[in-house]
Every structure is written in C-alpha cells, then in structure tokens.
Design a binder for this molecule. Structure first.
Ligand code: SF4
Length: 103
C-alpha cells in the first residue's frame, strides 16, 4: 500500500477515515487529496507544483488534527510523501548517475 493510497482512504473519504486511522478524522484536507499529493501532474513544472502545494499548506495551518497528522507522517517515515502536517515531504532525489571516474 503506497502512502498516496493510504492518504486517499484515510482522508479523502471521511466516513472511512476512522477505519484506517481514527487520529485523522476531521482532517481539513478531506476531499482535496490532489493538492497534497506528490505524484507529478503531467506537464507540471516545479514552480507549478509549489503553487499547488501553497493552498495545501494553508489548509494544514487550520487543520484540527495537525499534530496527529505529524505523528502519522513520522510513523510512515519515507513513505509519507506530499504535504503532511504543513510540511512538504519530497521523494528522495535520484540524483544524477555517477560517472565511472567519480567512483
Ligand atoms: S495537517 Fe494537513 S495533511 Fe495533515 S490531516 Fe490536516 S490538512 Fe491533512
């Protein structure tokens, strides 16, 4: 189960949130998963992604379960991607492949 899948079930479908993680019941991002996801939108630039995250970060500021969300994100570790508890969790950078001369 990916973090995105968990988020969608935990938050988007509010009635099911209690079945997955009761701590996130009442999340302000319910129904707004696309704003919070890290999955690239086709053609989306880095600037556009940051613009997409801006309203998500504002929503987090008024979320009644922000502390619980931060705890859930910490428990998920690197699987928590996108916006969680007012923080953007970016996927690890793949970086550029090393040249043979750099090894
Ligand atoms: S703090 Fe943000 S990401 Fe976490 S549940 Fe609330 S609105 Fe959603």
């Amino acid at each position: 189960m990916t973090a995105r899948f968990r988020r969608e079930w935990a938050i988007r479908d509010h009635p099911f949130a209690e079945l997955i993680d009761q701590r996130l019941t009442g999340a302000a991002c319910a129904g707004r998963a696309p704003l919070f996801d890290t999955d690239p939108v086709p053609g989306e630039t880095d600037a556009a992604r940051e613009a997409r995250y801006a309203p998500a970060l504002k929503i987090c500021r008024r979320c009644p379960v922000q502390d619980q969300c931060a705890t859930a994100a910490a428990e998920l570790g690197g699987q928590a991607l996108g916006v969680w508890a007012g923080i953007v969790h970016a996927p690890p950078s793949r970086g550029r492949p090393k040249k043979a001369s750099e090894s």
